[in-house]
Design a protein around this ligand. Structure first.
Ligand code: ADP
Ligand code: MG
Length: 256
């Protein structure tokens, strides 16, 4: 077979086999390996390694996109000394992700601006890096989305998407009370996740006030029961990071 015909065929096969990195790099790597007098299996190994690495990188990018973090944040930009109420050791242990193997939940409780959303996002980010499927939702907009999905008769599809995740992050429970239907839908999400997935919830509400957003004692009790059966609680009760920084900026402006 002529060389051009065989390389045409090879390119066709590589496309069929969905090996884009091999397709892109087989010629240049062949030259390098010929110069280095690398054996055929060595050439094949290097080529396959490149394909694998590219695939892993793309999958990691896709997982991050699918997680829909509103603002991507990692633990590296979190200043623990600015929030001494947070148990840093317990939080760093969570970043390792073993709680997800056990389908345990994580709850961040504390007042506004203390870094709860930042820490929850960073947990999600490290979960993505470990190859887990993660989805971030503001609780209020998730409940709205669930109600709309029910009206359009595609609730099961949305529930199915939520159930496929290893980790669901529900951000900012407590700022807006739910309608009865909304509270029931949220309860449905939590109860489907129970012992199958991990939930990360951030809230400014102490447990005794959850009834104010959930509406009834019965539903609140049932929700808390499932959420807190296996839970890690991280409290963040210092002053607001946002507020402190705004005040600092003001002070430095005044002294200018
Ligand atoms: P919360 O969800 O508790 O209201 P956020 O996580 O939204 O607070 O934090 C508010 C802002 O301050 C965010 O931009 C966050 O990245 C930043 N922030 C809060 N705490 C810290 C901290 N300890 N170190 C670095 N940035 C912080
Ligand atoms: Mg928040």
């Amino acid at each position: 077979m002529s060389q051009s015909k065989s390389s045409l065929l090879l390119q066709h096969h590589l496309k069929q086999l969905k090996l884009p990195t091999v397709l892109r790099e087989y010629e240049s790597l062949a030259e390098v390996c010929a110069k280095e007098r690398a054996a055929y299996p060595e050439y094949l190994l290097r080529l396959m390694e490149r394909e694998l690495l590219d695939r892993e990188r793309k999958a990691a990018e896709r997982r991050l996109r699918d997680a829909r973090f509103p603002v991507p944040k990692t633990v590296d930009s979190f200043d623990f000394s600015a929030q001494p109420s947070v148990n840093e050791q317990a939080y760093r242990e969570l970043l390792r992700g073993e709680y997800m193997d056990k389908h345990e939940n994580v709850l961040f409780i504390g007042n506004s601006g203390t870094g709860k959303t930042h820490m929850a996002t960073a947990l999600g980010f490290s979960a993505c890096a470990q190859g887990r499927r993660v989805r971030f939702h503001g609780v209020t907009s998730l409940v709205t989305e669930l109600m709309e999905a029910r009206e359009r008769r595609c609730l099961e599809r949305l529930m199915g998407q939520l159930c496929r995740q290893h980790l669901l992050i529900l951000d900012e429970l407590g700022y807006v009370p739910f309608s009865k239907a909304g509270a029931e839908l949220l309860f449905d999400v939590v109860s489907r996740a129970y012992e199958r997935q991990s939930l990360v919830v951030t809230t400014n509400l102490p447990f005794e006030n959850w009834v104010e957003v959930m509406g009834t004692e019965r539903l609140t009790g049932a929700l808390l029961d499932r959420l807190t059966h296996r839970v890690h609680i991280i409290e963040a009760n210092g002053e607001s990071y946002r507020l402190r920084h705004a005040q600092k900026r003001l002070r430095s402006k005044k002294s200018e």
